[in-house]
Structure formats: structure tokens, C-alpha cells
Design a binder for this molecule. Structure first.
Ligand SMILES: [Zn+2]
Length: 125
């Protein structure tokens, strides 16, 4: 049902994120995000870097050639320009530190990669 052929890859990912990751995400605490159905929009979605970059992640899932790289690499590459951690630059090295410790990408990145891989495998066989 989650991979209904009439549901887009992006919507499939969105539902899986909500049912597998959002349900335990620390960022939801204190928000009006009581457990709901996976197709319902959560209040924190608009500020979540995972949801904000979902169109990009979806493109990788739709097009990823397994020879090109891993989904962990995809998540790492997308998180490198994380929309909610942008500008968090180490003043000494002048390099980006990557995601802040509380960033959902930092906390759930590996699980997101698993989820992308799962959907990618079902798409491409
Ligand atoms: Zn981040």
C-alpha cells in the first residue's frame, strides 16, 4: 500500500519518514504533533531539513545508479548543504562543521539512507 503505483516516490518517502522517523523524532517534542496517520502533514515539517530537501533526495532515489554510489553518500551530500544548518561555519578552519548535533539530518541521516535504499530497491528491482 505504501508503494502504490499511483503514489509518487516523493509521497512514498514522505509517508515512510512520518511513520518511521517522525514518530520518534526529538524535534517533534512540544509541538502539536501527536501520532497521526502517515499521510497527515506535521507542524514541524516546514522547518525540517529532511522534508525541505526531500525533492532532491527523491531525485536521487528515482535516478540513482547503484554503481554511482551509496545512499549514505547521497544523504551526506545533501546534508552538506543542509537548509537549517547553513552558515554554521567553524570560525577557525572556515569550513562548515556540518549539521548541528540537534539537526534531524545528523540524528537520523543513516536511517534516512536506509529508507531511501529500501524505496530505491523496490523501484529499480
Ligand atoms: Zn542540518
Amino acid at each position: 500500500m505504501l508503494l502504490d503505483q499511483y503514489v509518487s516516490t516523493e509521497e512514498t518517502l514522505r509517508r515512510l519518514l512520518r511513520s518511521r522517523i517522525c514518530t520518534k523524532c526529538l524535534a517533534r517534542r512540544g509541538l502539536d504533533n501527536a501520532a497521526r496517520k502517515p499521510d497527515e502533514v506535521l507542524a514541524c515539517q516546514a522547518q525540517c531539513p529532511i522534508f525541505l530537501t526531500l525533492p532532491t533526495l527523491t531525485k536521487y532515489v528515482d535516478n540513482l545508479d547503484s554503481l554511482v554510489g551509496s545512499y549514505d553518500g547521497v544523504v551526506h551530500a545533501v546534508a552538506a548543504s543542509c537548509p537549517t544548518c547553513d552558515g554554521d561555519v567553524d570560525w577557525r578552519s572556515r569550513h562548515r562543521r556540518g549539521c548541528r548535533p540537534e539537526c534531524p539530518f545528523r540524528i537520523y541521516g543513516h536511517e534516512v539512507a536506509h529508507l531511501l535504499e529500501e524505496v530505491g530497491r523496490r523501484l529499480h528491482g
